[in-house]
Design a protein around this ligand. Structure first.
Ligand code: HEM
Length: 410
């Protein structure tokens, strides 16, 4: 990472981010109540969807309930279309397919998961028994790993971790402040220029580095559609902004949940020590269920629609309404998730919706399924893993972002 990186990863907390944090802490209780007595509340023109079946219903009904991401994406991408902002159109599939051709499933087991584990092992070994999990471990591993894989290094005089996190905040947790908007315009421009410069540099001096950018340039050279310079830049930006900011949010959240449950922590440690990766992943994703990426994901009714059709709780949703889809609430719904408040690493895959569902299901899902547990594995292998004393040993958050969690180990 760049030595000249004066920018802090997070903006100083504002009244709005504090309010958001306050709201998020109370959200599980409110959603639990709503699931029981008012499963699809309407608040003004916004519908909140709380039950597991209805959450899937909304995610699958992309014709009525579309993503509201285009407006902010246009600021980040300077108007170039990225598939996250689109409905189910040929352009959506062309954009996603172009990236799927260069982000290959095989890479996950062949290089990403082993490398994530090796990088985490080095950090944990060098930390000498005292480690800050959010930045020192997870953010560092994630950005070094994925920056290298996508072929987007740290920009000269900038820090990719800061840029991507700020753009992610604007895209998914925009507090509407002028300061964030202004910062994003500048960072977006600098990131676009940086990736353009990398594209030009790599084309001028071809190397045999096998990364996503290198693969895009090969396909461009073969005249394949979907790989113009601006399409490559937009695809890479979408990956860098949509992906790496998230593991530093949820992996520390998962560890915090394990630290709260000594039996679960012991089970995860046994799996890590015994090299049982499937079992370790089951512990990590079960822990994440208690504090997933976001309590609510947004949708907008692009046509009149219906939620929970054929049931007594059905709701007609007029075009133009907003929807907040309860990802976390769905994973706590006892109608589909047996005994949801019990920590159970033997749950069935369909009980989880960590990575969304339907058309916009996370592009990096297969990477996440292997890489998130791999990042924690070296730490979980350590004996006597425990919280650092005092407040430092409790996960701190700012709005939706994890900011600090200190642990000790032998
Ligand atoms: C902890 C890690 C991650 C979590 C929890 C996560 C979660 C999600 C969720 C819930 C969605 C659906 C959004 C919606 O429906 O509104 C999504 C979409 C997406 N994610 Fe992830 N993600 C993670 C990491 C990544 C990574 C590492 C990448 C890139 C390699 C990535 C790339 C994307 C992209 C491009 C989309 C949009 C997909 C589409 O529109 O078809 N994510 N992610």
């Amino acid at each position: 990472m760049s030595a000249a990186a004066p920018e802090p990863v997070f903006r100083p907390p504002t009244f709005r981010t504090r309010l958001l944090g306050f709201g998020m802490r109370r959200m599980p209780f409110l959603l639990r109540l709503a699931r029981r007595i008012w499963p699809i509340p309407r608040l003004g023109s916004t519908y909140v969807v709380t039950r597991h079946d209805d959450v899937r219903d909304v995610y699958l009904n992309d014709r009525a309930f579309g993503v509201p991401y285009k407006e902010n994406l246009d600021v980040i991408m300077d108007g170039e279309p990225f598939f996250l902002g689109m409905g189910d159109t040929p352009e959506y599939h062309a954009g996603r397919d172009a990236m799927l051709a260069v982000v290959r499933r095989k890479d996950v087991a062949d290089r990403l998961a082993p490398k994530a584990e090796a990088m985490a092992e080095r950090i944990v070994a060098e930390a000498g028994g005292r480690l800050e999990v959010v930045d020192q471990l997870v953010r560092r591993v994630t950005f070094d790993l994925l920056g290298d894989y996508f072929g987007v290094p740290d920009p000269p005089g900038g820090d990719l971790r800061v840029w991507a996190t700020r753009l992610f905040e604007f895209q998914f947790a925009d507090d509407g402040s002028d300061a964030l908007g202004a910062e994003v315009k500048s960072i977006g421009q600098r990131l676009r220029d940086h990736i353009d410069a990398e594209i030009a540099r790599r084309r001028a001096v071809p190397s045999d580095k096998d990364d996503v950018l290198g693969r895009c340039l090969i396909l461009q050279g073969q005249g394949k559609p979907g790989y113009s310079d601006s399409e490559i830049r937009t695809g890479l930006m979408g990956m860098i902004v949509g992906g790496p900011p998230q593991p530093p949010m949820v992996v520390p959240q998962a560890l915090e949940q394990l630290l709260r449950r000594p039996d679960a922590l012991a089970g995860a440690q046994r799996a890590a020590q015994g090299g049982d990766d499937a079992c370790l992943a089951a512990y990590v994703f079960e822990a994440m269920r208690f504090d997933p990426i976001a309590p609510l994901m947004p949708r907008v009714a692009v046509a009149d629609g219906m939620i929970a059709a054929g049931t007594r709780r059905r709701r007609r949703v007029p075009k133009g309404s907003k929807l907040m889809v309860g990802l976390s609430s769905a994973m706590m719904d006892s109608r589909r998730v047996p005994d949801p408040y019990r920590f159970d690493p033997h749950r069935l895959p369909h009980e989880y919706i960590h990575f969304g569902y339907g058309l916009h299901q996370c592009f990096g899902m297969h990477i996440n399924k292997a890489v998130l547990p791999a990042m924690l594995k070296p730490l979980l292998r350590r004996e006597n893993l425990r919280r650092a004393p005092g407040g430092a040993g409790r996960l701190k958050k700012q709005g939706p972002f994890s900011t600090e969690l200190h642990v000790h180990y032998d």
